[in-house]
Design a protein around this ligand. Structure first.
Ligand code: KG4
Ligand code: ZN
Length: 355
């Protein structure tokens, strides 16, 4: 079974081809990701309209490249999968329409993939993991703890009540003048910093639930940064014109990373408690989504999983951030079960995983 996957829900135009055979079980034949970083960088974040146009400009070439890399033609495919939500609707429509057009022209099954489901199932592509498992999905737009029990069988144990962890990292990086996307820049800067240099809040820590909150943390970073700028420049209200010293930036990056890491660990431990109370046993703790590329977060999660005697699994960083292979894989998982969609399936900006 060979499926093409198309991903255009945020700022990556991506296409991947995944094949499943009896032996070798599963292979990524193509994995092409074109990032729009250069287009969005001047604005310090993703501009939806620019993203949609950039996807439209590139999608044909990206798919052509994926077919070439995968040594395939459209005639070799058994299905076409495209992210149909949730995401920035202009971009989602570009990928969904392209996928449907190929499916229609080649009379192939079409699979409308939920972007979150694609992240959630990636670990089955990379590690052949059996259900059920606990998933921490952390990206620029989402921060959720999910019990993944089957294809389409997801129970949300907790979610963010305001910002996602990635948004907190991206906004803080912008304030610190580290550029976009913030997560990798914060991780890099933090290497030189002291994680105890600044006292930052750990929102929701020690509360019973598995919900997250990062808005207060973002504000706390902002206040300290503005205060620091105020002591160095006349333009206290204009972070762009600041002069922050490299040690300040590194210390703040390390302190922020430590705060997010503490919050994430605490929430995951609460999820373990809920599962224990309900006598639900899981096969692993898994993380996915762009923020899951972070090495410190991975180490912390690995430690708390080990304390419970659980395996911790994180897909390689390139398959944690948005890509087409994860969409192709979700397509295979669904196609195997006959879960295909009509060409009238509409792209959607919101699409909760449990639905
Ligand atoms: O999953 P993703 O590629 O797109 C969304 O669906 O949101 O995640 C993007 C997010 C951004 O907030 C980015 O700053 C963050 O993932 N990110 C990281 C790292 N690499 C990407 N955050 C922390 N550490 C990293 N190494
Ligand atoms: Zn994503």
């Amino acid at each position: 079974m060979r499926v093409l996957g198309i991903e255009t829900s945020c700022d990556e135009t991506a296409a991947g081809i995944v094949e499943e055979n009896p032996d070798p079980a599963r292979r990524i034949l193509a994995h092409i990701v074109a990032s729009q970083l250069a287009e969005h960088r001047p604005y310090g974040g993703v501009v939806p309209e620019i993203a949609a146009r950039a996807h439209l400009d590139r999608i044909d070439d990206i798919i052509r490249e994926a077919l070439k890399q995968g040594g395939s033609s459209l005639n070799d495919l058994d299905g076409v999968a495209a992210t149909c939500g949730p995401g920035l609707i202009g971009g989602v429509m570009v990928g969904a329409m392209t996928g449907k057009a190929i499916a229609a022209a080649k009379k192939l099954p079409f699979i409308a993939v939920n972007h979150l489901e694609a992240h959630a199932l990636t670990v089955r592509l990379t590690h052949n993991l059996e259900f059920p498992y606990l998933l921490l999905l952390v990206s620029g737009g989402h921060c959720q703890l999910l019990l993944v029990s089957g294809v389409g069988v997801y129970r949300r144990l907790g979610t963010t009540i305001d910002d996602a962890a990635g948004e907190c990292l991206d906004k803080s990086a912008k304030l610190l003048g580290l550029g976009y996307p913030g997560g990798p820049m914060i991780e890099l800067a933090a290497r030189e910093g002291n994680p105890r240099a600044f006292t930052l809040p750990r929102p929701m820590l020690n509360r019973q639930s598995c919900d997250f909150s990062f808005a207060g943390l973002k504000t706390a970073v902002r206040e300290i940064v503005l205060n620091e700028i105020g002591t160095h420049t006349k333009h206290a209200s204009e972070p762009e014109e600041r002069s922050l010293s490299p040690p300040f930036v590194s210390d703040m990056a390390a302190s922020l990373q430590a705060a997010i890491s503490d919050v994430i660990s605490d929430r995951v431990q609460n999820a373990f408690s809920i599962l224990e109370e309900e006598k639900i046993s899981i096969n692993a703790l898994v993380t996915a989504g762009g923020v899951a590329a972070n090495q410190l977060f991975r180490e912390r999660l690995s430690l708390i999983a080990a304390e419970k005697g659980l395996t911790f699994i994180a897909p390689p960083a390139g398959l944690c951030t948005d890509n087409g292979a994860m969409v192709a894989w979700a397509g295979i998982e669904r196609l195997r079960l006959g879960m295909t969609n009509g060409l009238d399936f509409a792209a959607r900006p919101r699409w909760p995983l449990e639905s």
